[in-house]
Design a protein around this ligand. Sequence first.
Ligand code: NI
Length: 181
Amino acid sequence: MSVKKVLRMGEPLLLQKAAPITLFDTLELHQLIQDMEDTMLAMSGAGIAAPQIGVSLQVVIFGQKELKNHNPRYPDADSVPYTVLLNPELTPLSDELEEGWEGCLSVPGMRGIVPRYARMKYKGYDQYGNAIERLVSGFHARVVQHECDHLNGVLYPMRITDLRNFGFTDVIFAGQDIQDD
Ligand code: NI
């Protein structure tokens, strides 16, 4: 399909709660997911949520189809399988939090340290209406929390607990192999 414009922080739609998907396996849904995938790949995103391309529906995609692929924005990330997740429900498996650097296609050129639950259960559906349920940890748990936050109008800077840990990628990671968006 096509690479879409990604809405940037400040756009009111990014602060809205997205609506659940009620009809699965429709042409419109497959087109939306293709647009999201094309946009994520073009921008080397670790994931993307439908509101980021202006569609306020509960659809996120994340991970990589080819696990060998090097993501220039997250070279140290564990490999996360390519996942299409609709109407997600997240449940932390413990109170344990982990801090890690995050960026977002809607906040280009920046990174911040965000605490996230270390271990999560997530449930939802794929684009055909098949149920998904997984127990995850590490970067997989982080990316699903980040993407699902977009469906509730939350952007990662709103989760940073110490704003001294927020800044421009090319300054923070100067000289390192991290693309600055
Ligand atoms: Ni994001």
